[in-house]
Design a binder for this molecule. Sequence first.
Ligand code: ATP
Ligand code: MG
Length: 227
Amino acid sequence: MIEFKNVTLEYPVTRTLALDDVSIGVGKGEFVYLVGHSGAGKSSFMNLVLKRALPTRGEVRIGGEPLTRYRGRRTALLRRRIGTVFQENLLLEHLNTQDNVAFTLRVTGVPQREWPARVASALRTVGLEHKKHALPLQLSQGEQQRVAIARAIVSDPPLLLADEPTGNLDPENGREVLKVLQNVHLRGTTVIVATHARELVETFRHRTLTLRKGKLVRDDPYGGYAL
Ligand SMILES: Nc1ncnc2c1ncn2[C@@H]1O[C@H](COP(=O)(O)OP(=O)(O)OP(=O)(O)O)[C@@H](O)[C@H]1O
Ligand SMILES: [Mg+2]
């Protein structure tokens, strides 16, 4: 599904080498962790997949097609097919849980008659059906993060990118969010999680890619945190 071929990313101006000759493939339906110290290149990897940054050298392909061939409207369509979850996820504070989740559907142009079933399914995946009428301020941080995940998956994107999704959460909420990401994976979605959370990577084992100063130094099929 995603292929990096000798990808180097050097940010202009500062000339920082964020990724250094990275070659990797992530197949459809995989669950993959991306670990590495701060500045190792995890978010840069995500930015390349989203075409928010272009490689200085090498090639990124999605579904077999080089990202350089996606232009204009196709780039927008590509991004719509990728769900994203970050450390901070601003929910619309005047909308309740189900309306925050449905908001994505409005933006992506899914017919309105499909909304209720889609929203219900996404809320079931994140275990928040009972909070569908709550406003963001009435939810805990962990619950808000789960709403953000529901929002990211409600249009059934084939790929979900999560960058430090547990960064602001205590260990228990972090585990809940990880379980939810695993549920998303069970729906058939390819999931990539960038994280510092050693405990989670060791508890919920999946293929783990380790970056060090922009280089891919490990690709462990059974997971584990080795920094
Ligand atoms: N827009 C940018 N312009 C210039 N340099 C950048 C930019 N974004 C990131 N960098 C640099 O690129 C390197 C990789 O950064 P990146 O954000 O990918 O790391 P990370 O692994 O996500 O780190 P963290 O765990 O702190 O989020 C770092 O040295 C960073 O300072
Ligand atoms: Mg980062």
